[in-house]
Design a protein around this ligand. Structure first.
Ligand code: NAD
Length: 379
């Protein structure tokens, strides 16, 4: 059976869904691996690297593929050309792409969304949300350190003492914790806040100070946060304002699954920051945690330079691709039945990881919230 690796078409996408060093894992399972020419270019992998690893490189590897893997979903035009029964595996933000989901359904394509892989311990090695959030969190801290025109660490020298920078991180999920850890490693004094009470212990375990606002915790299902009420949001802003005014760098990483990012910081709060301060908003693309941030741009608000994240994991394309490709290999392995070295891509739909990540199959939308969105029905 054949697995095809599609070249990404999204502007600014540097990642690729499979890296040469992991091609052997798929061929060892018995698959033929076909890679679209130039697919690894931005992640610094040449076509020859894939050929050396045992893949076939061509301009049209999708023809005849049983499974097509990519980082971003395939374009509708490509989906419409796929034979019925083809499987596709990629990130698939169904909330924002109802028309593409309808195409996948109507073309009889079986689609798996990496963001729907259930966050259970058995699926940790397939959790691409976490692997890419780790890359984003690191990148945010490095961007903040790079933009700030002062040291992150304390320096005690014969010429005098330079105090460390103060970094405030809002949202302490996978990305936020990585931003905290990286800022700490660079020597900054770090304070962090998350609406989930459980995050406080994780913040402290990294040597940072957990900001306690004495507001009710917003723990939702599956360890995620719940949305704030307007009143809760206003009180949170009022209480966070002095921490933000005192920070040299503010990094925001807050998200609520399936929703636009919560607004945590108003432009008026940023205006209270000191000259030379920096703001890094990882959530800029999904609505923004910081009012006025623009994805992919640096804007000035008051005295602060505000950096809006845009496809941040793609800014470290090689490690992001390698981690994503490992997630794909692990998910494909789970979905493979191998007999006498002959691989069959044969997912077991009784398995909660397979069932949970499948969006469309056999002309139907299996993921209920997406079905309701695309076909109407209960909200
Ligand atoms: P996420 O990207 O959805 O959100 C990032 C963070 O923003 C979360 O910590 C959330 O609590 C926080 N947040 C939301 N609204 C906020 C607000 N108004 N103010 C401040 N912070 C706010 O989350 P994530 O990084 O994907 O992970 C969240 C949870 O999932 C964590 O508990 C994590 O441990 C858990 N998790 C579990 C697994 C697993 O079991 N396999 C894997 C990864 C993550």
């Amino acid at each position: 059976m054949k697995i095809a690796v599609a070249k990404e078409t999204r502007a600014g996408e540097g990642r690729v869904a499979m890296v040469p060093e992991l091609v052997g894992k798929l061929t060892a399972l018995g698959y033929e691996v076909a890679v679209q020419a130039g697919a690894g270019e931005h992640a610094l992998y040449s076509d020859q690297d894939y050929v050396d690893a045992g893949a076939v490189v061509s301009d049209d590897p999708l023809a005849g593929a049983d499974l097509i893997v990519s980082v971003n979903p395939l374009e509708s035009a490509v989906v419409r050309g796929l034979p019925q029964g083809t499987s596709v595996m990629s990130f698939l933000p169904t909330t924002f792409m109802p028309e593409l989901v309808a195409d996948l359904r109507d073309c009889g394509v079986t689609s798996y969304a990496m963001e729907l892989v259930p966050r259970i311990s058995r699926a940790q090695s397939m959790d691409a949300l976490s692997s890419q959030a780790l890359v984003s969190g690191y990148r945010c801290a490095i961007v903040a350190a790079g933009m700030l025109r002062r040291f992150f660490p304390l320096n005690m020298t014969a010429a005098g003492t330079v105090p460390p920078a103060e970094v405030v991180v809002l949202g302490a999920g996978v990305a936020g914790l990585q931003a905290i850890a990286t800022s700490k490693r660079l020597g900054a004094v770090v304070k962090a806040y998350d609406v989930r009470a459980a995050a406080a212990e994780e913040i402290r375990s990294l040597g940072a100070q957990s900001i306690d606002l004495e507001l009710e915790t917003l723990e939702g299902s599956g360890g995620y946060a719940r949305e704030m009420t307007e009143d809760r949001a206003r009180r949170q802003m009022e209480m966070l304002a002095p921490y933000i005014a005192a920070a040299d760098a503010l990094i925001t990483t807050a998200a609520v699954p399936g929703r636009t990012a919560p607004l945590l910081v108003t432009a008026a709060m940023v205006e209270q920051m000191k000259p030379g301060s920096v703001v890094v908003d990882l959530a800029a693309e999904t609505g923004g945690n910081v009012e006025g941030s623009v994805p992919g741009e640096v804007v000035k608000i008051g005295h602060a330079q505000v950096w809006g994240g845009s496809n941040v994991p793609a800014q470290l394309p090689q490690p992001a691709s390698k981690l994503y490709a490992q997630n794909i290999v692990n998910l494909v392995t789970l979905m493979t039945r191998s007999t006498d070295g002959v691989a069959a891509f044969d997912p077991d739909f009784e398995d909660e990881i397979v069932a949970g990540s499948c969006v469309t199959r056999g002309g139907q939308i299996l993921h209920e919230p997406t079905r309701n969105l695309v076909e109407g029905g209960a909200a």
